[in-house]
Design a protein around this ligand. Structure first.
Ligand SMILES: Nc1ncnc2c1ncn2[C@@H]1O[C@H](COP(=O)(O)OP(=O)(O)OP(=O)(O)O)[C@@H](O)[C@H]1O
Length: 263
C-alpha cells in the first residue's frame, strides 16, 4: 500500500536525516519503526505526509508511492485527502479549544459537513472518554487522553493510513497500554498504521511488521514477531520480555551500532 524506496532526506545543506531508506507497508499492517534519538524516524513520517518543508527539510532522492501513486511534489493537504493522516510527535492539541473543536479541526480540510458529523459520531462512540469530555478544554486532559484525542482528530478525515509519531512519549505505563489498545482498535477498523516509537516493546507488541532505523538507515526489516525474538533487538531495544506487558519493562533504545545489519 505504501512503498518507500531509496529515500534520502536532508535538512538545510548538511544534515542527512535518512539515507537510501526503503520500507514496504502492506495494506492492513501495523508497521513499527523503531530506533534511538535522532535516527530519522520523524523524518520518514514527514516525508510520507509531505510535511518536510515545514521543517526546512526535503527529499533529495528516492520515491514514496501510495496505492501505486507517486506522492512526490504533492501538498500535505492533497496527501491527507488521498487518505494518509499524520499524528505528529507532541500531539499538537489545541489546548485552549474544546475536545469537540479539536476533533472538528481534524475533518475541516477533507470532509463535507454531513460526513464530518458522521465521523464525529463514530469517534465519540469509539472513544467514550472523548464523548464524556467533549466540552472541556483539551488542555485539561491527561497526556494519554490528549494522545487519544490526537488519534481521534486524525481519524476525522477517515484515513486509509495513519502515521503515528511517538504516541506513547511521556505517558504512564497504564496510558501506554491504553494507547496500544487504541492502535489495535484503529487497525481493526481497517486503517493501516505506521507507528514510530522509541518504546520498541510497545511498538513491536502491536505491530505486524517492524523496521529498525539507525543513523538514517533502515538496517533491519522483518515481521514484528521475528524482531521480538531477535536476540540483538532484545538486547538493544527491549531489555525485557515484550510478552510480559507492553513496554513496561523496556529499556530506552540503545544507540549502540547495528553495523552488521547495515553492512
Ligand atoms: N528541522 C530540522 N533541521 C535540521 N536538522 C533536523 C531537523 N529535524 C531533524 N533534524 C535532524 O535529522 C536527524 C533525524 O531526526 P529525526 O527527528 O527524524 O529523528 P527521530 O528518530 O525522529 O528522533 P527523535 O526520536 O529524537 O524525534 C537528526 O540528526 C536531527 O537532528
Amino acid at each position: 500500500m505504501l512503498q518507500i524506496t531509496g529515500l534520502t532526506v536532508k535538512y538545510g545543506v548538511g544534515v542527512h536525516a535518512l539515507q537510501d531508506a526503503s520500507v514496504d507497508v502492506p495494506e492492513g499492517a501495523v508497521a513499527a519503526v523503531i530506533g534511538g534519538n535522532g535516527a530519522g524516524k520523524s523524518s520518514l513520517m514527514r516525508a510520507i505526509s509531505g510535511t518536510l518543508g515545514f521543517h526546512a527539510g526535503r527529499v533529495v532522492e528516492g520515491s514514496i508511492t501510495y496505492d501505486g501513486r507517486n506522492l512526490a511534489g504533492l501538498s500535505p493537504q492533497k496527501i491527507l485527502r488521498l487518505g494518509i493522516a499524520h499524528v505528529p510527535e507532541g500531539r499538537r492539541i489545541l489546548g485552549e479549544m474544546t475536545v469537540l473543536e479539536n476533533l472538528r479541526a481534524g475533518g475541516a480540510i477533507v470532509r463535507s459537513t454531513r460526513k464530518r458529523v458522521n465521523a464525529l459520531q463514530e469517534i465519540m462512540d469509539r472513544f467514550p472518554i472523548l464523548a464524556e469530555r467533549r466540552n472541556q478544554r483539551a488542555g485539561l486532559l491527561s497526556g494519554g487522553e490528549q494522545q487519544i484525542l490526537a488519534i481521534g482528530r486524525g481519524l476525522m478525515s477517515s484515513p486509509k493510513v495513519m502515521l503515528l509519531d511517538e504516541p506513547t512519549l511521556g505517558l504512564s505505563p497504564q496510558m501506554v497500554e491504553r494507547v496500544a489498545d487504541t492502535i489495535r482498535e484503529v487497525n481493526a477498523s481497517g486503517v493501516t498504521v505506521v507507528v514510530v516509537e522509541q518504546n520498541a516493546a510497545m511498538a513491536l507488541g502491536v505491530a505486524t511488521d517492524g523496521h529498525v532505523i539507525e543513523r538514517g538507515r533502515v538496517v533491519l526489516s522483518d515481521s514484528a514477531a521475528a524482531l521480538r525474538d531477535s536476540p540483538d533487538v532484545r538486547r538493544l531495544f527491549l531489555g525485557g520480555d515484550v510478552d510480559e506487558g507492553l513496554g513496561l519493562d523496556a529499556a530506552p533504545a540503545s544507540l549502540a551500532t547495528l553495523t552488521r545489519w547495515s553492512a
